[in-house]
Design a protein around this ligand. Structure first.
Ligand code: ARG
Length: 442
């Protein structure tokens, strides 16, 4: 029973939040005249001693004491005697754990946000460096149209911007204090919930005592934001893995962010990126796990809810590590511009530019221009050359409206420079988007 019942091994991580909650609670009990001032003083001093002990030597793990709440209260009684028994007046472990965990997750939102911001800054720096660098844009992993590398990296900046807004939303939503809900029904003592909420840095107390002790939405909000962030990091990791492969050769990983092989001396494997890709699975699963724990629980507290923390702690640590690794790789990757440009020019990637030119400069309806361009691609393919490699005569033979003026749009440079529509890939757009993103960050 003790073994299955105990959570100290996991919830010891809440010790700072647990002490903070107890300080706020006992101070309020004193101010409201619910317990004597001398006992408040003794309890606060005891809590300070425990703080120093945990900080110096860690939290003792005795499974007979079940959890962090009982561990601390037991130690308090050893230190100050029977007055310790007054701390739990008008409180239950149900609201105690709810407030501890909320405090922890709220801080985690801020910490994760800092990691997301660091990666965003790294992406912006590389995007600026490569605002003009040309690479192939893909659909179906087939070369589609040339894009700028800066634009491609800014796509991830957008994903991270949404991720940050999800953590910010979650933090704002969980900014309500459940302390004082007691076991489930509230209490008959004249407590001041607004005071404890304010002391703990919450915007306000929660409104319904039953909801307060049975709600774990804040943890699910954190996990859902973490799952989506993990998904984004995994897609970026996947691209780094593909780009670093020899047939692509778009990037070279530094030694610091790659590993060798125990048998093949030439190897430089993208292990960190591969592990980020794998760890995204844990993040997605953590949300699913807690959703499954919660979905069948009647109000209010059930012990199932003790199993809410391990997944959240692990998800937080995993995400933190993944963000650090992705930031490190982003900062130190070498982009092989020649390989990228050559690949961008392959696969008739400027065919759309030819079709658009026929529409714009020769007045051809787009569908017809699309068909003419298709014939030009076939001709180039048959001649073993690129669209730009076809002679003026060969182009005119495909359609007399294709005049030598078309050459101004057939290069990959001309292609990307022309994409100036809002949100498009042109270098000028990339620079403007970087400036806007930096301003939003500041
Ligand atoms: N260790 C418990 C948890 O984390 C604390 C709440 C216990 N409440 C109770 N009624 N047994 O959920």
């Amino acid at each position: 029973m003790r073994e299955i019942n105990a959570s100290i091994g996991t919830d010891k991580r809440l010790w700072r939040q647990d002490l903070a909650g107890s300080r706020a609670h006992v101070t309020m009990l004193g101010a409201q005249g619910i317990i004597p001032a001398a006992d408040v003083t003794a309890i606060l001093a005891g809590l300070d001693t425990i703080h120093a002990e945990y900080e110096a030597g860690g939290v003792p793990e005795d499974i007979a004491l079940e959890d962090i709440h009982m561990t601390t209260e037991t130690r308090l009684a050893q230190l100050i005697g029977p007055a310790a028994g007054r701390l739990h007046t008008a409180r239950s472990r149900n609201d105690q754990v709810a407030v501890d965990f909320r405090l922890w997750v709220k801080a985690a939102c801020a910490q994760t946000d800092a990691g997301l911001k660091a990666l965003t800054l790294a992406l912006l720096a590389r995007a600026e460096e490569h605002a003009d660098t040309i690479m192939p844009g893909f659909t179906h992993l087939q070369v589609a149209q040339p894009v700028t590398l800066g634009h491609h990296l800014l796509a991830y900046v957008e994903m991270l911007r949404r991720d940050r807004s999800r953590f910010a939303d979650a933090a704002a939503r969980m900014d309500e204090c459940p302390l004082g809900s007691a076991a489930l029904a509230g209490t008959g003592f004249p407590i001041d919930r607004a005071a404890t909420a304010a002391a703990l840095g919450f915007a306000r107390p929660t409104a319904n005592s039953l909801d307060s002790v049975s709600d774990r939405d804040f943890a699910l909000d954190y996990l859902s934001a973490a799952a989506l962030t993990g998904l984004h990091l995994s897609r970026f990791a996947e691209e780094i893995i593909i780009w670093a492969s020899q047939p692509y050769g778009f990037v070279t990983l530094p030694d610091a962010w790659s590993t060798g092989s125990s048998i093949m001396p030439q190897k430089r494997n993208p292990d960190a990126a591969e592990l980020v890709r794998a760890k995204a699975g844990h993040l997605l699963a953590a949300f699913q796990h807690l959703g499954i724990v919660m979905k069948g629980l009647p109000l209010a507290y059930s012990k199932d809810m003790q199993d809410d923390k391990a997944g959240v702690f692990a998800a937080h640590d995993t995400l933190d590590l993944c963000l650090t690794a992705m930031t490190g790789m982003t900062e130190t990757l070498t982009f092989n511009k020649d390989r990228m440009r050559a690949a961008a020019a392959s696969g008739f990637s400027t065919a759309t530019d030819l079709a658009d030119w026929l529409v714009r400069d020769a007045g051809v309806p787009f569908r017809e221009a699309h068909e003419i361009t298709g014939r030009a691609v076939k001709a180039a393919e048959a001649a073993g050359t690129t669209l730009d490699g076809l002679t003026d005569a060969a182009l005119a033979a495909i359609d007399p409206r294709i005049t030598p003026g078309v050459r101004s749009v057939l290069s990959v440079e001309a292609s990307v420079a022309s994409r100036t529509s809002f949100g498009g890939t042109a270098p000028a757009n990339v620079r403007a988007a970087i400036a806007a993103a930096r301003e939003a960050l500041a």
